[in-house]
Design a protein around this ligand. Structure first.
Ligand SMILES: Cc1ncc(COP(=O)(O)O)c(C=O)c1O
Length: 482
């Protein structure tokens, strides 16, 4: 991998693009932000964009699009059936992943709905490196359960282990033995495991999973939503892949799978969802569900313009200069925070910089949502919107018990090619100030708690008036600064 060496000072991540369309941002005073976060029930999902300075909630559907993507959108073929756009996207998918059957869906969770309805039956089990919120919701909705079998390093938040997203192969065999092969719906591997800090798997681990699947006749499903980052990490960190191109690594990964699905809001930097496979029987089983839930087989709920953008976005994902921008900015942010003593997940993963909320706010018990409180507090002191990834993002069981998450993380997503380095430095600065004043931050409690995916639109109250104290301290330290 070629890197630019700087002559003076520190190495910096250097953008291999220029910005030609911009969107104006507004940074409102802290008193305004206090009113906004209160109105949003301390849930950053419920903030209005006009009140947000840096939107680090997610990368989903908000990665910067390229000039080539925008140009391709103009030649979209808008027809209900037989569209040329569908053919172009199919050809690109087959070229990159080597899969000849492609099913479109409106986004990643729609792919999960189709796959779960097709293969998950009551009592069945899906072993996986780690769950994602919508994945687990669809599997449980169909009567299945999720068995998480990451390697132990996944939960060592401060580590140098390069592939914390790997699956524990011994545990995979144990799960198959425990439930019996007939109960296993499929084995699922998530690229850039989202809820444990965007941590990658290695190609070596994937090959081992494939061997187990072959031994027991199981289907191997890859959630490739965060594949772009994972590809970069394999190339950077896996000795045997150093000389391979991103395209070659992608193909090796794809060849190990039976089904690949992804959110094209992430992979492909547009908006949509893709399922692809070479398994005709599986394809036919899933195909029936597409017109029922998504739309006709040639668009599956996507706009054809977005489909054109996905085809170009997938091709651009094969360009190392494109996919390294996110991980390099994330590494910069993580390393700067680490220097200041802020507890962050290491090694830096993809998707975003992840702050360890349990260590940042050790005085807040998990049932008062430390990661949620940290997200609300950071918004208050900076206008930066992050996302809670901890107990708030978990779902109560049938008896109403609240499972405590394995990790409590504040995710500060780094949509690809969206922020400048000075904006990232601003976010670092405010997070460091908050760390200095962390004792002022208190917990949260639900006042409106939806049954399913409660983190999306649940509302919470503060357990004390800690937020006004934080505002007071901010004014003391930073005067009339925004
Ligand atoms: C790993 C993973 N799988 C599935 C999804 C769901 O995709 P979508 O948001 O497009 O429904 C996401 C979204 O964040 C994800 O990160």
């Amino acid at each position: 991998m070629s890197t630019v060496k700087f002559f003076y000072g520190d190495d910096l991540p250097l953008e291999m693009h220029k910005v030609r369309i911009v969107q104006k941002l507004d940074l409102k005073p802290i008193e305004h932000r206090l009113a906004a976060i209160t109105e949003a029930g301390n849930n950053t999902f419920l903030l209005k964009n006009r009140d947000v300075f840096m939107d680090m909630l997610t990368d989903s559907g908000v990665n910067a699009m390229s000039d080539q993507q925008m140009a391709a959108m103009m030649q979209a073929d808008d027809s209900y059936a037989g569209s040329e756009t569908f053919t172009r996207l199919s050809v690109k998918i087959e070229e990159i992943f080597g899969k000849k059957f492609f099913l479109p869906a409106h986004q990643g969770r729609a792919c999960e709905n189709i796959i779960s309805q097709a293969f998950v039956t009551p009592g069945s089990v899906v072993p996986m490196n780690y769950h994602f919120t919508t994945t687990k919701a669809h599997i449980t909705l169909n009567g299945g359960t999720v068995e998480e079998i990451p390697i132990p390093e996944a939960f060592h938040l401060t580590s140098t282990y390069p592939f914390k997203g790997n699956m524990d192969i011994a545990k995979l065999k144990a799960v198959i033995k425990k439930y019996g092969v007939e109960k296993i719906a499929f084995v699922r591997l998530e690229a850039g495991a989202n809820l444990i800090g965007g941590q990658p798997f290695s190609l070596e681990n994937m090959s081992e999973i494939r061997q187990v699947c072959d031994e027991f006749g199981l289907m191997f499903v890859l959630d490739a939503s965060l594949l772009a980052d994972n590809l970069y990490f394999i190339k950077e960190r896996e000795e045997t892949c150093r000389e391979l191109s991103i395209r070659e690594i992608t193909r090796k990964i794809a060849d190990l799978t039976d089904i690949i699905y992804f959110s094209a809001r992430k992979l492909g930097c547009a908006r949509g969802g893709v399922i692809c496979t070479n398994n005709e029987e599986a394809f036919v089983k899933m195909r029936e569900l597409v017109p029922l839930y998504e739309g006709f087989l040639t668009y599956g709920g996507m706009s054809v313009r977005e489909m054109e953008a996905i085809a170009v976005g997938l091709e651009e994902t094969m360009d190392e200069d494109m996919i390294n921008q996110g991980p390099q900015f994330i590494a910069f942010m993580t390393e700067e925070l680490q220097k200041m003593g802020v507890p962050v997940v290491t090694p830096p993963g993809g998707l975003g910089c992840h702050v360890n909320a349990m260590e940042f706010l050790p005085h807040i018990p998990q049932n008062q949502y430390p990661a949620g409180a940290l997200a609300a507090a950071l918004y208050l002191v900076s206008g930066v919107r992050g996302m809670e990834r901890g107990t708030m993002s978990e779902q109560r069981d049938e008896d109403g018990n609240e499972p405590l998450a394995n990790v409590e993380l504040l995710r500060l997503a780094m949509p690809r090619r969206v922020f400048t380095l000075s904006q990232v430095k601003y976010a670092i600065d405010r997070l460091c100030w908050l760390f200095e004043n962390r004792k002022l931050v208190g917990g949260l409690t639900f006042v409106e708690e939806p049954k399913i995916l409660r983190f999306f639109f649940g509302k919470l109250a503060t357990v004390s008036d800690w937020q006004s104290k934080l505002v007071e301290q901010f004014r003391n330290d930073l005067g009339d600064s925004l």
